[in-house]
Design a binder for this molecule. Structure first.
Ligand SMILES: Cc1cc2nc3c(=O)[nH]c(=O)nc-3n(C[C@H](O)[C@H](O)[C@H](O)COP(=O)(O)OP(=O)(O)OC[C@H]3O[C@@H](n4cnc5c(N)ncnc54)[C@H](O)[C@@H]3O)c2cc1C
Length: 384
């Protein structure tokens, strides 16, 4: 749902200019240093990007899902690390509170998240529990007005920057599956919370992940999200349904940028006396990429509209995430091919995108997990 087309166009133009003028020139620098410069982070805060999907009453922009994916297309036409910082914050880092938090939790945390004063992270994955998230082992044991949390979370995006974590932990040790899991807000400064060493990753330099260790961490019982035990896994899945649409939008925006670079190269690079774009085999790669992107864009917007209508988009979000992330991988691979030897060299930036976008097919549920979700829903619903 687009509430006011004029306001949205203004926002998208502002983001687009910011990406072109401020972020694109910094891509190589961020790729080399693994750090997003402070002035850029401040610009993102000033533009309100840290609060894009936080409701307006809590200080955010309150974008609808359709507006958010449109913004996501634009912010993703550059290195994914830029988006990762603010979009993980008000995306999976805050949505547990937005969707299922108590009024007091919303009022206390969301305004700080919306301004970027504190960064939120989402802590579900563990060393022995990835795709099978419901088997997680982190425990939260009630002790009077407190819970005591023990366990280790792995690959947590923005953990080094985070001020709070949404932590999924088992409150009922007798229930092995999803129904024994609850979600908590844990502040980083709480005694017993520590971070592992920074992960060395294939790509997305500038976006940081590491282990988060909880060693007898006592948190107030009021930090149980929604004030209810046993529904934390459902909260996590609702957060991920939305997150998957955002990753699908990010994959689509990144593919648009990669294709744009490949088109420019195909126009400029000459072989056999003419631009390589004149060769039909190159044209086929460009055309396939464009059609792929168009299909992903339509899918993402359709799923976003359905979510805005209040419909359950578990299947659509999984379809969009799976298709768009795989599509982006194909587009990046073709772009390296179109660039030839230059595609393999760091100087041209295409190999960096190739590495960066590989992650889209892995996190927030691998392609195989999306397939399982889609098939399970189809079989359960009995339709198509
Ligand atoms: C850079 C990065 C950032 C991340 N950020 C976060 C974050 O902020 N918060 C968070 O909680 N997690 C985060 N993750 C974790 C991420 O979501 C998981 O890595 C992902 O869900 C896969 O889990 P796994 O790595 O344990 O792989 P595994 O679950 O061990 O899977 C290994 C392989 O087996 C396949 N597989 C598993 N089960 C099945 C099955 N039933 N059928 C068919 N194939 C199957 C998988 O598809 C995959 O190919 C991040 C990961 C990375 C790398």
């Amino acid at each position: 749902m687009i509430r006011d087309p004029e306001t949205l166009t203004l926002l998208l133009d502002t983001i687009s200019r910011f990406v072109r003028e401020k972020l694109v020139p910094q891509e190589a620098h961020v790729g080399e240093t693994d750090q997003i410069p402070d002035d850029i982070v401040q610009d993102m805060k000033d533009m309100g990007l840290f609060g894009m999907s936080i409701p307006e009453i809590y200080g955010g922009m309150g974008l609808t899902m359709e507006e958010e994916v449109m913004a996501g297309f634009e912010v993703s036409k550059t290195s994914p690390a830029f988006r990762s910082l603010f979009a993980t914050n008000n995306g999976i880092g805050a949505q547990g509170i937005v969707i299922d938090g108590t009024e007091a939790q919303k009022q206390y945390y969301l305004p700080k998240i919306a301004t970027g004063e504190i960064i939120g992270s989402f802590a579900l994955t563990e060393p022995d529990s990835g795709s099978d998230a419901a088997s997680l082992r982190t425990t939260a044991v009630r002790d009077g007005d407190f819970y005591v949390i023990n366990g280790t979370k792995r690959y947590i995006t923005n953990a080094p920057e985070a001020g709070i974590f949404t932590v999924m932990a088992r409150t009922d040790k007798d229930r092995k599956g999803a129904s024994g899991i609850s979600a908590f807000i844990v502040e980083k400064g709480t005694p017993g919370v520590s971070l592992g060493a920074l992960d060395k990753k294939m790509g997305q330099k500038g976006a940081h992940t590491c282990d988060v260790i909880f060693d007898n961490v006592r948190i107030p019982a009021v930090n149980l999200i929604g004030g209810k035990e046993g529904v934390g896994f459902k909260t996590a899945m609702k957060v991920l349904d939305k997150g998957r649409l955002n990753i699908a939008a990010a994959s689509t925006g990144a593919a648009e940028r990669i294709l744009s670079d490949a088109l420019q190269y195909a126009r400029e690079r000459k072989q056999f006396g003419k631009p390589i774009g004149d060769f039909q085999l190159i044209q086929a790669m460009l055309a396939d990429s464009h059609a792929d992107i168009y299909a992903a864009r339509c899918m993402v917007i359709d799923a976003a509209r359905k979510r805005d209508e209040g419909r359950d988009v578990g299947t659509e979000a999984a379809c969009a995430k799976m298709f768009a992330s795989e599509m982006c991988g194909r587009v990046a691979d073709r772009a390296v091919q179109i660039f030839g030897g230059a595609g393999y060299l760091a100087e041209y930036g295409i190999e960096r995108f190739y590495r960066d976008v590989r992650l889209f097919r892995i996190y927030e549920g691998t392609t195989q997990i999306q397939q399982l979700v889609i098939a399970r829903n189809l079989l359960r619903e009995g339709g198509q």
